[in-house]
Design a protein around this ligand. Structure first.
Ligand code: SAM
Length: 199
């Protein structure tokens, strides 16, 4: 079996209906946050965007989003869903760990949901470095971390608030934390954070 760091691992899950993460709609934590306290408009990166429900939601709300995913199956579905809506949403097939090369300081904001828990935990420091590189200084990173539980096998690989605080400093400063409205099967397993890229 391919490793979680290879697109084939994820494409295989999409192909055989192993996509248990699929909500079929924008993530409730994102919906609530944007509708109540919208971050400033601008160019927004969505790493590991899957079928792109959050990307289309951001586009409908005036953002200029780019969804990144390295699974062709995910992006094929994302583009097919976006086309009839006519929304301004871009989807780029890329390994997120290669984004620093071409997208340094390219984004005003970033939405993280179920990508951090999908990558090999040994690459989390690298993930933070790449996100800090593609976000402009002063840019915002809104994240909903999942799953807050002890299980170590994954994906999804578990995460704790203390690990997030430790890993994202000093490149990011935490501005706000909240308990989000989660999808029913993720109740009490999510922690939402608004971070600011330090200058
Ligand atoms: C658990 S799924 C979540 C998808 C989407 N965020 C959602 O909530 O429906 C993780 C997604 O991240 C993608 N992914 C995992 N590692 C990646 C990497 N290194 N580069 C790009 N995409 C990656 C997978 O292909 C998959 O579509």
């Amino acid at each position: 079996m391919a490793s979680v760091s290879a697109p084939e691992f994820w494409t295989d899950l999409y192909a055989r209906g192993g996509d248990g993460w699929e909500l079929g709609q924008p993530a409730p934590p994102l919906v609530d946050f944007v509708e109540r306290t919208p971050p400033p408009l601008g160019r927004v990166a969505v790493p590991g965007c899957g079928r792109g429900h959050d990307v289309r939601f951001l586009a409908r709300h005036g953002y200029d989003p780019v969804g990144f995913d390295f699974s062709p199956a995910a992006l094929h579905a994302a583009r097919a869903l976006a086309r009839p809506e006519g929304v301004r949403a871009a989807f780029v097939e890329r390994d997120i760990f290669s984004l620093g090369r071409d997208f340094a300081n390219a984004f005003d904001g970033l939405w993280e949901y179920t990508c951090f828990c999908a990558i090999d935990p040994a690459r989390r420091a690298e993930y933070v470095r790449v996100m800090a590189t593609i976000l402009r200084p002063g840019g915002w990173l809104l994240a909903c971390f999942y799953p807050l539980r002890r299980r170590s096998a994954g994906p999804p690989f578990p995460v704790t608030p203390s690990e997030v605080r430790r890993r994202f400093a000093p490149a990011f400063r935490i501005e706000r934390t909240l308990a989000p409205r989660s999808a029913p099967r993720r109740q009490s397993q999510e922690w939402m954070v608004l971070l600011r890229r330090t200058c």
